[in-house]
Design a protein around this ligand. Sequence first.
Ligand SMILES: Nc1nc2c(ncn2[C@@H]2O[C@H](COP(=O)(O)OP(=O)(O)OP(=O)(O)O)[C@@H](O)[C@H]2O)c(=O)[nH]1
Ligand SMILES: [Mg+2]
Length: 421
Amino acid sequence: MNAILAILAVVLLALAYFVFLRKKPALPEPEATEPEAPRAAPAVAPVAKAPALAPAPAPAEPPPAAPSAPPPAEAPAAPEPIAPEPVAPPVVVAPPAAPPAAPAPARARDVAGLRKGLAKSRGEQGFFGRLVGLFSGKKAVDPALLEQIEEVMLTSDVGVKTTASLIERLRQGLKKQELTDSDAVWGALRGEAARILDLGGGRIGLRHKPTVVLMVGVNGAGKTTTIGKLATKLKAEGKTVLLAAGDTFRAAAVQQLEVWGKRVDCEVVRGKEGADPGAVLFDAVQRARAEGIDVVIADTAGRLQTKTPLMDELKKIVRTMGKALDGAPHETLLVLDATNGQNAVSQAAMFREAIDLTGIVLTKLDGTAKGGIVLAICDEMKIPVRYVGLGERADDLREFDADEFAEALFGDSAGDGGGSV
Ligand SMILES: Nc1nc2c(ncn2[C@@H]2O[C@H](COP(=O)(O)OP(=O)(O)OP(=O)(O)O)[C@@H](O)[C@H]2O)c(=O)[nH]1
Ligand SMILES: [Mg+2]
């Protein structure tokens, strides 16, 4: 009996020991899952998250760091969301210059829509309408044709310099017997236009987080409206956008931006009336960094390119933004009013002298019959056109595409029904 009891006791002891041993190693498990918690709660440390721009490439790097960790999908189950110094750093591995998470969404060509916006320039009395008129019903090329083309260009804001070089190229083509009929001349014109416009313009780059975009230009060029339109576009792409009211001269200017902010559902950073614009923009960039915002778009007061103190202030604004974030502003867009004609070219020259410009937004192209200004700006300034404004509505901003633009103006028989001459 005693022996049986002894055996039972041994068996019980062995069982208890076995159970105890199996439980002990289970203890570290909660710790192993903890690191996932902070990923699920990024809002805890927003500032640390700022350099982790380009979230897409990051996952490529971290996996080797934690190959044995449980899959992140389990993270939400973690009970303590406020874990102290977790494994967040691996996410920061991505280099700042990495490409954006989502590549630029492919944009459908819309030549017909562009033509609608350019209706005035394409109309009978407009730049291209008049050019078409020169060619209609004409097959042979007579010597007067080049002179007539020249006249239309000069009176349509193409400018003396660009017109002269265009006409000279056509003349050479005629001389070498390359342009034997009016169709060939028209084709050459279209080709020349596409070549001049092709400066790699179009959509702004979003390689940084935040990407800081500064809008500059003379009074009434369309800066604030363009900001609203651009914010609309970016929001539709799923980007977070912060607007910065750097036009602190007029209360109405801030209000105008705030109206856009409400419409587009973007926060607006503003200072007091008369505040230093640089300080407001500095705050905005800092805030965007802290909150992990994708794009900051900064408005500025309109300024005459001939007023030196105002242009000096602009230089200071740019320097201040660079202090808030190294490399900012990443895009400095000069907004030009297409109805200003040749004056827009001289504005571009003087703004470029003061600060580095990364692109041009040409507004109010819908309001001019002299669409030739696009050619003059591209040819003389060699600054890429990023967007064109074709109206006052939020969706009246179009990414500029040289080829599409040339097609919209000069037509393409194989295109969307626009026809050529
Ligand atoms: N038709 C047309 N009107 C435009 C376009 N872009 C802007 N506008 C109009 O131009 C006017 C001036 O636009 P704003 O955006 O206020 O210009 P701004 O450069 O911010 O002006 P300031 O702040 O005074 O320097 C407004 O009435 C806009 O609706 C465009 O592409 N087409
Ligand atoms: Mg404005």
